[in-house]
Write a protein that binds this ligand. Structure first.
Ligand SMILES: [Zn+2]
Length: 179
């Protein structure tokens, strides 16, 4: 079940915004990814400080995202943190007729849009912080691959590198010759 009260924080009531700066704090955690399911993400703890500057027909949204995502390491398969420290900007422009924007940082809105939801934008901003190859940095004790797992992988690699003769194949060949 989607936690409706949790997701309300991502709705910005733009119709009642007064000219000037407005601060919004949002929290991205496990609940967020129960809705925006992503196979790479197990958990998250990210604080989003959104500064909305209303200048009448132009609304500027400044996102500051700090925290971490929790994923699994591609090498040892244990949990690992992906640090998030990101800044993004989005501009809403009020126009008379609904219009599609060809600039991903600009969104056109009309006077009928009284609410603007930033959830999907935040999701996409966070997704690009996931590296293609996720692995522990092994730079400090809190960010280390599981040594047992590494040992196991190492052993496996050694075994597969050893030249070996498949006796089943040999037996089959013998069988064919005898026919
Ligand atoms: Zn690892």
């Amino acid at each position: 079940m989607e936690d409706k009260t949790y997701f309300k924080q991502f709705d910005i009531n733009i119709s009642s915004l007064k000219i000037g700066k407005h601060n919004f704090d949002m929290q991205v955690d496990k609940t967020f990814f129960e809705k925006h399911v992503n196979e790479d993400i197990i958990d998250a703890d990210i604080l989003i400080k959104l500064i909305v500057t209303c200048e009448g027909n132009v609304i500027d949204m400044d996102f500051d995202m700090q925290g971490y995502l929790v994923s699994t390491c591609d090498i040892c398969l244990e949990e690992m943190q992906i640090p998030v420290s990101k800044h993004e900007n989005l501009v809403l422009k009020k126009v008379d007729q609904p219009r599609i924007s060809d600039d991903e940082d600009i969104v056109y809105i009309t006077e009928h849009d009284y609410k603007f939801n930033v959830e999907q934008y935040i999701y996409e901003y966070l997704m690009v912080t996931i590296p293609i190859r996720k692995e522990h940095s092994n730079k400090n004790d809190n960010d280390r691959c599981n040594p047992l797992m590494l040992e196991l992988i190492h052993k496996n690699q050694e075994q597969s590198q050893e030249p070996h003769y498949d006796s089943r194949w040999d037996a089959l060949k013998k069988l064919k010759l005898e026919e």
